[in-house]
Design a protein around this ligand. Structure first.
Ligand SMILES: [Zn+2]
Length: 282
């Protein structure tokens, strides 16, 4: 666990999503949960040393960000859309993924239940007033329609979910790329010193935003140019080259080219306003 401001701590060392702990005078708040039971149990022990956990906020309804909720304390908060996704998830699906990402953690899954958000918001924003801290949650969309950011103004820290991933593969499999760029523009103008990315083994400052935006733009350009040349979806999936220089997490259940084809399909649909089935991201 690394301290990034007076009252905010993060763990950016594991292969799953980056994790946060916000310490307040009236109970602590966690951001996201590990996608491995082994790590989730270890994370719980570590965060409980800093005091009682009151809330756990999921930035998104993607599996890697909420599968570990079960192992962590706190009332879960997320967007209404993320809750809908989480509600449809079965323990069997979670177990299937765990077998892949954390085989040694499978015994910890006995008795597993999907821990669902019980506090949600739809368009936002949502403010948590805890002691002298204000925690401001608001929609950013982009990477996923359910994505939220968590801003702690007193600490000048923001958790930006997977709209910023630090030197890690950018995933546009469910993206609205224009919304994504808009959120980065907004972030550029915020009074924050530290951005906690959704993935990648470091936190960053505002100087990383332009690089993140350039990767989103490069993907948009690559698929738009395929469409301009009249390529079918099949051709685009085969021929569009991934413009992202960064690798994905070592733990991802999908292989790289599979992820690229999912992204290409998503963006192809986005630009042509079509509806080809987007393959499932594990
Ligand atoms: Zn993620």
């Amino acid at each position: 666990m690394r301290q990034i401001s007076t009252n905010v701590f993060v763990n950016v060392d594991w292969e799953g999503p980056n994790l946060g702990l916000i310490v307040t005078g009236e109970g602590n708040v966690l951001v996201d949960s590990p996608d491995s039971p082994t790590e989730a149990v270890a994370w719980r022990k570590e965060v409980e040393k800093k005091g009682e956990v009151k809330y756990l906020i999921n930035t998104d309804g993607h599996p890697d960000h909420f599968h570990g909720n079960y192992f962590l304390p706190g009332t879960v908060i997320a967007s209404e859309g993320a809750r809908d996704v989480i509600l449809q998830t079965t323990p069997e699906e979670v177990l299937d993924r765990i077998k892949n990402v954390d085989p040694a953690g499978v015994p910890l899954m006995s008795g597993y239940k999907v821990k669902v958000p019980t506090i949600t918001f739809k368009k936002g924003p949502l403010f948590l007033h805890l002691g002298d801290q204000v925690i401001h949650c608001f929609f950013i969309g982009g990477h996923s329609p359910n994505l939220i950011a968590i801003h702690i103004p007193r600490e000048k820290v923001i958790f930006f979910g997977d709209n910023v991933v630090h030197k890690h593969k950018t995933r546009l499999h469910e993206a609205d790329p224009q919304e994504w760029l808009d959120s980065l523009k907004l972030l550029e103008n915020m009074d924050v010193d530290v951005i906690v990315p959704g993935h990648g083994h470091d936190v960053c400052g505002r100087d990383y935003i332009s690089e993140q935006a350039s990767i989103v733009r490069a993907w948009m350009d690559a698929v738009q140019s395929a469409i301009k040349q009249g390529w079918s979806l099949e051709e685009a999936r085969e021929k569009v080259k991934c413009p992202d220089p960064y690798a994905t997490s070592k733990r991802s259940p999908n292989v790289l080219r599979e992820i690229d084809e999912i992204i290409i399909t998503r963006l192809y649909n986005y630009f042509l306003k079509t509806d080809f089935e987007v393959p499932h991201m594990k």
